[in-house]
Design a protein around this ligand. Structure first.
Ligand SMILES: [Zn+2]
Length: 433
């Protein structure tokens, strides 16, 4: 099931998106208090926005704008809202979103074509290993998407390896939806309880929240660790509440495919200009077909690189590589620029390390100070020196390394109300710009 538009020529895809963009401009000028005001303040004539190139005439929308003017973004009366969700708030105060009946249909369609992209069909059964509640959009999207596709679904939710294996044995799911590091916990449980994961019904996993690949799409350490013990296909998917759209990998696993019916993609530099093809920049999206809270040129905060060559699967749409990092989390260290995911990948290389947190602070001379807190019960001078060497060699940084109890790490890692583990704590003074 490949949507027809995704197989058309690049030009046809562009023209299709441009007609959707023109509809969106009319809709926003009529329904959105926020964008009405923005158009007025910037003297924007919406009839002048006809092509994707015209997008640059429009100001961008930031997370700050969403936080400050949250209610002004709603284009429908609250009586039309069916489901309320909030962003995960990994950076800053969470933002509320509402979805209308039509938005829920759009979300279902998005997830159905994303699942199909990763090879799931109506013959499959999917076990959902993430939360569906806690005002979390993704969990609901997985359920709706699987339903629309006609696949079976088992809603086990997050954690509890015992219940996960019990469900796998009872209902024989062919795919799982899970955070990849949780798969390591499942393997550990299987090994302790004489379950052979390799003869289970599971063929593949849709992996969320953590990266599986390096920028050249080769498997990263986490991915290799899983596949070493469990011979299954791992598919990346990238999405957010604000985008209400997923970028899912196909069987060729060369980045997340863009769905042109649902979203317009731009990749911009610090001056909000398009980067050259193939360069990394910040992902900026314009949602299409959203009724309650459509966004125009929303800056996601994620640094990505796009790939434009035609994919072997027959889709002509662009593909997004693994997120390089969050723009806000960029660390400047003695002339080197790094993002936390590169450090996570490196730490995952050490089996002795059970959990970790990376803390960034300003030091006395105003540059970034990196502290890595490690939870391990196997402290040794040898581990410390191997770690230091590894960081110097691979990333050209010398972080401060502190060993703490696994319990202390867990307290930092799972603060109250959190839906995702915290791996990165930023104590730097906010940059005013
Ligand atoms: Zn493909």
């Amino acid at each position: 099931m490949i949507p027809e538009i995704e197989q058309r020529s690049k030009l046809e895809i562009k023209e299709y998106q441009e007609s959707k963009l023109r509809d969106l401009m009319v809709y926003l000028a009529d329904k959105s208090n926020y964008y009405k005001r923005i158009f007025q303040q910037n003297e924007i004539d919406i009839s002048g926005v006809r092509s994707l190139e015209d997008l640059k005439k429009l100001p961008i929308t930031t997370k700050d704008d969403l936080q400050k003017f949250n209610n002004d973004f709603f284009c429908v009366d609250t009586s039309k809202i069916i489901d309320y969700v909030t962003t995960s708030g990994t950076t800053g105060k969470p933002v509320f979103f509402g979805l209308t009946d039509k938005d829920l249909d759009r979300l279902a369609y998005n997830e159905a074509i994303s699942f199909a992209c990763s090879g799931i069909s109506d013959k499959d059964t999917v076990q959902l290993m993430t939360t569906i509640d806690r005002r979390f959009m993704a969990g609901l999207a997985y359920f709706l998407g699987a339903r629309k596709l006609g696949a079976g679904i088992i809603r086990v939710g997050a954690g509890i390896p015992e219940l996960q294996w019990d469900s796998i044995r009872k209902f024989k799911p062919t795919y799982l939806i899970a955070v990849p590091s949780f798969l390591l916990k499942l393997i550990e449980y299987a090994e302790k309880n004489n379950i052979d994961q390799n003869t289970s019904s599971v063929k593949g996993v849709i992996c969320i929240g953590e990266q599986l690949r390096d920028q050249d799409f080769s498997p990263n350490v986490l991915s290799e660790k899983i596949k070493e013990k469990w011979d299954i296909e791992l598919y990346s998917t990238y999405a957010s509440t604000e985008m209400s759209t997923a970028f899912a990998e196909c069987q060729f696993q060369q980045g997340g495919h863009h769905h042109p019916e649902l979203i317009i993609v731009e990749i911009l530099n610090d001056n909000n200009e398009s980067v050259k093809k193939g360069e990394e920049g910040e992902l900026v999206v314009t949602t299409l077909g959203v009724e309650a809270m459509p966004l125009l040129r929303f800056k996601t905060g994620d640094v990505v690189k796009a790939h434009y060559e035609r994919c072997e699967c027959g889709r002509n749409t662009l593909r997004l590589g693994p997120v390089v990092g969050r723009k806000k989390h960029m660390i400047k260290y003695k002339g080197t620029t790094i993002y936390p995911p590169a450090m996570y990948n490196l730490l995952n290389d050490f089996t002795e390390i059970k959990s970790y947190i990376i803390e960034i602070d300003n030091n006395e001379i105003g540059t970034d100070k990196i502290t890595i807190k490690l939870g391990t019960n196997e402290f040794s001078e040898d581990l410390l020196s191997r770690l230091k060497d590894h960081f110097r060699a691979k990333l050209r940084v010398s972080p401060i390394i502190e060993f703490v109890s696994v319990q202390e790490i867990n307290q930092l890692k799972y603060p109250n109300m959190g839906r995702k583990p915290v791996l990165f704590i930023d104590k730097r003074e906010p940059v005013i710009n």
